[in-house]
Design a protein around this ligand. Structure first.
Ligand code: FAD
Ligand code: DHB
Length: 389
């Protein structure tokens, strides 16, 4: 079996890359360790930058985000009870779109299933071979049978725990990372959101985020120690804790109900450089992780594969390797700006007991500066809605 580009991972990055290449007439095979149902059951990001929405349209799957995505012109930030709103259009001329990662994945999966492009779900023991050469191969096991695929390129879109980055010799990668001592406990509920915009709240008990998936479905998060387990958080405990961290006017409007989903995500900042080793490229969470504050993870993954698709299309249509040679440098320049913003927003809004009273005063000063300065609010809006490039 042979293809042009073997894609490891059918998350949003792998499926988007597959779709963009398919539309350019480039053959791909996508190999995914889990079932399609499992991939769709993971509740993750919820906010799309315009660049990600544009990419969905370019991939020919923009109809549903256009019809069902919610345009958001601002976010609310609160700090120990004081609230402020950042208005995106007046500061940047842009907005963001609330549309769940599950829906992005579903749209891309449906399009791929409707085409002849092959996807192998439940591919076990995926292994990458000879990618230092120009004749790489991928092998896997499927229902007890060993399979192999020859290709021109392998793209690792298999997330943080995937096999692709782990296959690159350690001395060929430089890792930059930062761990946080806390995670986000997230809950999904079939109730209208507290507000028509997202609320990011700093409280001395910890960070809280009020988000949504639609006018009738809400997504809430609270900062919890990294050691917490979901079974210790019955719904009533979650709601009490969330309410205690919100400004009274928001808390009064909170509509609670039984959770549809509840999970804890650890927070980390992580970048592996470079994003290319021979015929193997890395994209999305396989190469970098941001803490979720700022909603950049999914958007970064989309940005990577947009660049890589253009580079591979140029390689096949113009026989030029300029694009694939430039991919790592171009993507990393964008990635580091999102790493910076996500780290900064995490630092502003979470509690860090180890930084003491001084640390809290600095956070307060940062919040006051943000609220009081048009330059600071413009910088926030420009980063949140998505930097160009
Ligand atoms: P993934 O979505 O991780 O997809 C990788 C795919 O590769 C998966 O389907 C996986 O099963 C598959 N795979 C893994 N290993 C192998 C293998 N060996 N062989 C074959 N396939 C393999 N971002 C936000 O902006 N906001 C959020 O609230 C948010 N919450 C998150 C919560 C969690 C628990 C996690 C893990 C991430 C969250 N993110 C969030 C980040 C965002 O979801 C990711 O940035 C986004 O999913 C990246 O897409 P991806 O396609 O690169 O990786
Ligand atoms: C959501 C997640 C985020 O990380 C964020 O910053 C905003 C919204 C969400 O899941 O809705």
């Amino acid at each position: 079996m042979r293809t042009q580009v073997a894609i490891v991972g059918a998350g949003p990055a792998g499926l988007m890359l597959g779709r963009l290449l398919e539309r350019a007439g480039i053959d791909t095979v996508v190999l995914e360790r889990r079932s399609a149902e499992h991939v769709l059951s993971r509740i993750r990001a919820g906010v799309l930058e315009q660049g990600s929405v544009d990419l969905l349209h370019r991939a020919g799957v923009g109809a549903r985000v256009h019809a069902e995505g919610l345009a958001h012109n601002g976010v609310k930030l609160s700090f120990d009870g004081d609230a402020a709103r950042i208005d995106f259009p007046s500061l940047t001329g842009r907005h963001v779109t609330v549309y769940g990662q599950t829906e992005v994945t579903r749209d891309l999966m449906d399009a791929r299933n409707a085409s002849a492009a092959p996807t192998v779900y439940e591919a076990e023991d995926v292994a990458l071979h000879d990618f230092a050469s120009t004749r790489p191969r991928v092998s896997w096991r499927q229902q007890g049978q060993q399979r192999e695929l020859g290709c021109d390129f392998i793209v690792g879109c298999d997330g943080y725990h995937g096999v692709s980055r782990a296959s690159i010799p350690g001395d060929a990668l430089t890792i930059f990372e930062r761990h946080y001592d806390f995670g986000w406990l997230g809950l999904l509920v079939e109730k209208p959101p507290v507000d028509d915009e997202l609320i990011y709240a700093h409280h001395q008990r910890g960070f809280a985020l009020c988000s949504m998936r639609s006018h009738s479905r809400s997504r809430y998060y609270i900062q919890v120690p990294a050691t917490e387990r979901t079974q210790d958080w019955p719904d009533s405990r979650f709601w009490d804790e969330l309410r205690s961290r919100l400004n009274p006017e928001f808390a009064a409007r909170l509509q609670t109900g039984p959770s549809i989903e509840k999970s804890i995500a650890p927070l980390r900042s992580f970048v592996a450089e470079p994003l290319r080793f021979g015929s193997l490229f890395l994209a999305g969470d396989a190469a970098h992780i941001v803490p979720p504050t700022g909603a950049k993870g999914l958007n970064l993954a989309m940005h990577d594969v947009g660049l890589l698709a253009d580079a591979l299309i140029e390689f096949y249509s113009e026989h030029s390797s300029a694009g694939i040679d430039a991919y790592s440098g171009r993507a990393l320049s964008h990635i580091w700006k999102a790493e910076r913003f996500s780290w900064w927003m995490t630092s502003l809004l979470h509690t860090f007991p180890e930084t003491g009273r001084f640390g809290r005063r600095i956070q307060r000063a940062e919040f006051d500066y943000l609220v009081g300065s048009t330059a600071a609010r413009t910088s926030f809006a420009e980063n949140y809605t998505g930097l160009p490039g």
